[in-house]
Write a protein that binds this ligand. Structure first.
Ligand code: ZN
Ligand code: ZN
Length: 77
């Protein structure tokens, strides 16, 4: 079980030409910001709860398990 707290500090700005592949949609992330959780990268707009599709970018925390992300309510179910 791993719990990651998301906050603005968790958003990394990328200035390099290195392209990270989004874990959710498989597309390269060309945005200024991405979410990096445990070495996996997401578009901010792709980081949604697997169950209820809540946009986790706006949540104070998210839960990560088996390369899937959950909001707090669904993770604790
Ligand atoms: Zn994506
Ligand atoms: Zn949820």
């Amino acid at each position: 079980m791993r719990h990651f707290t998301l906050c603005k500090n968790g958003m990394k700005r990328y200035k390099t030409t290195e392209l990270r592949i989004c874990t959710a949609c498989g597309e390269p992330i060309a945005d200024k910001y991405l979410f990096d959780i445990d070495g996996c990268a997401w578009h901010g707009s792709c980081l949604r709860c697997t169950v209820c599709l809540t946009l986790l970018e706006r949540q104070p925390s998210c839960y990560f398990r088996d390369r899937q992300v959950y909001c707090r309510a669904d993770y604790l179910k």
